[in-house]
Design a protein around this ligand. Structure first.
Ligand code: SF4
Length: 88
């Protein structure tokens, strides 16, 4: 399983989650060139170890374990994975 970043991240990109992730699987980071043009952050499902540390860091409650992702944001599972297919 993985954690998923959903719609509340759009336009927020707080990055507190990036700071606590022990496996550096949330991108783009602020020091990466894709940070400015990107509208939100994404979790790499292949690398996420499901520790859950990022969840409470998010000021807009955008991060969920995959099995708790609200129905209205189901498409974000694919959107997170796709970002790494295109940018990984
Ligand atoms: Fe990183 Fe843990 Fe959040 Fe996965 S659950 S993105 S490993 S902090």
């Amino acid at each position: 399983m993985t954690h998923i970043i959903a719609e509340p991240c759009i336009g927020t990109k707080d990055t507190a989650c990036v700071e606590v992730c022990p496996v550096d699987c949330i991108h783009p980071r602020k020091d990466e060139e894709k940070f400015d043009p990107e509208k939100m952050l994404y979790i790499d499902p292949e690398t996420c170890i499901d520790c859950g540390l990022c969840v409470d860091e998010c000021p807009v409650t955008a991060i969920f374990p995959e099995d708790e992702l609200p129905d209205k944001w189901q498409e974000y599972t694919q959107l997170n994975a796709d970002w790494y297919k295109e940018n990984g």
